[in-house]
Design a protein around this ligand. Structure first.
Ligand SMILES: C[S@@+](CC[C@H](N)C(=O)[O-])C[C@H]1O[C@@H](n2cnc3c(N)ncnc32)[C@H](O)[C@@H]1O
Length: 131
């Protein structure tokens, strides 16, 4: 999924219509959806989810979007992903996650160069439902 969007930073989450209007058609995205709901995206069908959200309010300003609620996005993904699939998340802060749904498998620190911020790639595996 390739998604780009640009819309006024109103402090509110983008509506699907705003995301659709803001999508750069040149990128030919397969799906356009708000990451907080992922409505219309068949998350269950993928073995791997790569997430590269805006890391801070300043970054969100740069993209012209409100900052995502990272905990909510991870919650929606964890509920919808297929057991055994993986979530790879690049960020500056670890989102909260449900331990009964996601098992952390790796955390890789990234140092780009002197005086650049640290980032981390977090990798979780979706667990099979208990019982
Ligand atoms: C760090 S950039 C990721 C760039 C991406 N890796 C790429 O190569 O194009 C964060 C992206 O998240 C998008 N974004 C922000 N809020 C979003 C939301 N609620 N739902 C979906 N995408 C959102 C922004 O428009 C921005 O393109």
């Amino acid at each position: 999924m390739k998604l780009r969007s640009s819309f006024p930073n109103t402090g509110k989450r983008p509506t699907l219509e705003e995301l659709k209007e803001a999508t750069n058609a040149d990128l030919h995205p397969t799906y356009v959806a708000d990451a907080h709901t992922l409505i219309g995206v068949p998350v269950e069908e993928y073995d791997l989810v790569l997430a590269d959200p805006s890391y801070s309010a300043e970054d969100a300003d740069h993209y012209g979007t409100p900052l995502v609620d990272r905990n909510k996005v991870v919650r929606v993904l964890a509920e919808r992903m297929a057991p055994g699939s993986h979530l790879v998340w690049l960020d500056q802060a670890q989102p909260m996650y449900a331990k009964k749904l996601l098992k952390p498998e790796a955390a890789i620190g990234i140092v780009r160069s002197t005086m650049h911020r640290y980032r981390c790639v977090l990798i979780w595996r979706k667990l099979a439902p208990e019982g």
